[in-house]
Design a protein around this ligand. Structure first.
Ligand code: SAM
Ligand code: SF4
Length: 312
């Protein structure tokens, strides 16, 4: 029996999200303060060697899918080099990236050549004014350039992640539906989640997955598609023959913890077994010490075994 990362509820983990930096070039109101953000000291960040070592250990325990995230992953210098390294690790089959897209125009072809398999671009509004209200920075045109560069480079599929927020981006749902129909880009709508320590979240600002589907349905034909992956986080919907697809991710109104197969590595080497968990397990001391890979693997297995059944 190969070694696995399995928790006490029988969930087998094959999916690792790696935050490569806590820095970002914009300031989405739900994620960061507008100014004076205190970032980690660079010496706190895992080096590429340390990340590579961790991935090798995790791959030995059945992790085969990676997603690089942040902060904004493209502000980490030489990200392509990290992708090149981890793509060579035995067992790693799929490497994804979640980015705000601002630096993608410059980096898309290097990322592709390095072995990146998929790209999700986060964009909450199809309008520069609304974009700035959400992000408190300029950059809308750069994101569009980034999406175009990703298409030219050959990334397929390209997905856009759009958070729907009452009174701010809820009116973007139908325009994003139109974009999906007209371009074949898959738009994945995400319910606004209570992730921030800054209390920007309010329950009455959540636009539920059902409401998102209803808003699209009022304009376009929408049919629920079968799940393509039992551990997938989104429901899939067809916009009609030849009309593209959307996804809806509804962790607030319809939590999907029962199938969760994910763990997270923070930029400073901590493991989080849930996006919502407040507790973290610091692996950096082990990664920076003489601890061997067998000890590291055993520690990771112990952490996953303690994973809770669901979130608040
Ligand atoms: N900077 C990259 C980006 O924005 O794509 C990667 C990191 S960002 C934290 C990852 C994703 O989380 C983005 O799609 C962002 O919109 C989403 N996100 C952050 N806070 C959120 C919240 N409170 N509710 C829903 N989605 C959120
Ligand atoms: Fe946070 Fe991503 Fe927005 Fe940056 S782009 S502020 S990391 S959600």
């Amino acid at each position: 029996m190969p070694k696995q990362l399995i928790d006490s509820f029988g969930r087998v983990h094959n999916n690792l999200r790696i935050s490569v930096t806590d820095r970002c070039n914009i300031r989405c109101f739900y994620c960061m303060p507008a100014d004076n953000v205190e970032f980690m000291d660079r010496s706190e960040l895992l080096t590429f060697e340390e990340i590579e070592r961790f991935v090798r250990v995790a791959a030995g325990l059945g992790i085969n899918k990676l997603r690089l995230t942040g902060g904004e992953p493209l502000v980490r210098r030489d990200l392509s080099e990290l992708i090149r390294r981890v793509s060579k690790i035995e067992g790693i089959k799929d490497i994804g990236l979640t980015t705000n897209g601002i630096l993608l125009g410059d980096q898309a072809s290097d990322l592709f050549a390095a072995g990146l398999s998929r790209i999700n671009i986060s964009l909450d509004a199809l309008d520069p004014v609304r974009f700035k209200e959400v992000t408190r920075r300029e950059g809308y045109e750069k994101v569009l350039e980034g999406i175009e560069a990703a298409r030219r480079t050959g990334f397929d599929p390209i997905k856009i992640n759009a958070v729907s927020i009452r009174g701010l981006t809820e009116d973007q749902v139908v325009p994003f539906g139109r974009l999906a129909r007209e371009t074949g880009i898959e738009v994945r709508f995400i319910e606004f989640m209570p992730l921030d320590s800054r209390q920007a979240w309010r329950r009455d600002h959540v636009v539920s997955g059902d409401e998102i589907a209803g808003r699209i349905q009022s304009k376009y034909p929408l049919t629920r598609l079968p799940a393509d992956n039992p551990s997938g986080t989104s429901t899939r919907w067809s916009l009609g023959q030849g009309g593209g697809e959307i996804g809806i991710i509804a962790p607030v109104s319809q939590p999907f913890c029962g199938n969760c197969n994910r763990i997270r590595l923070t930029a400073d080497g901590k493991i989080r077994t849930c996006l919502f968990s407040l507790g973290e397990h610091d692996l950096k001391p082990a990664l920076r010490s003489e601890a061997d890979d067998i000890e590291l693997a055993a520690e990771l297995q112990r952490i996953v075994l303690k994973k809770k059944p669901g979130h608040r």
